[in-house]
Write a protein that binds this ligand. Structure first.
Ligand code: ZN
Length: 129
């Protein structure tokens, strides 16, 4: 269901390496705003991965939907279940997955992908039960 998946693990790792080496300021990467923190709280998906910066809590993944699907403006946070539902009923849209730590406000775009029904695709075949 996910297409054009881009994984930013390498960029994330080098950002963290720069942070540890002191060549990137903490304020530059731990700058999640209230909007993002609220999105993490209400729409985020918990993980078992500790925050790479403060290690005080597990990071939350927030999925941002771009493309204005489902009658909502572009750039809104959606839960995983909402995205699964949109993917089968909406035209193509882009999802940005952001990792957020609600303790130190670390945030990083970890993945992006395209979901939804491709333009020009025929209607889904009925699945016999
Ligand atoms: Zn943290």
């Amino acid at each position: 269901m996910q297409r054009q998946l881009v994984d930013y693990a390498l960029a994330r790792r080098s950002t963290l390496a720069r942070l540890r080496a002191g060549s990137t300021a903490l304020e530059g990467v731990c700058d999640a705003d209230t909007y993002l923190l609220r999105a993490a709280k209400f729409h985020g998906t918990g993980t078992d991965r500790p925050c790479p910066v403060c290690r005080k809590e597990q990071v939350t993944l927030v999925s941002w939907v771009f493309g204005g699907v489902g009658g909502t403006p572009s750039g809104t946070a959606r839960t995983e279940n909402e995205i699964v539902a949109l993917a089968t009923s909406s035209p193509e849209f882009t999802v940005h997955v952001v990792e957020v730590c609600r303790t130190c406000r670390w945030n990083y775009l970890v993945q992006s992908y395209v979901a939804g029904v491709p333009r020009g695709a025929t209607k889904r075949r009925r699945v016999a039960k």
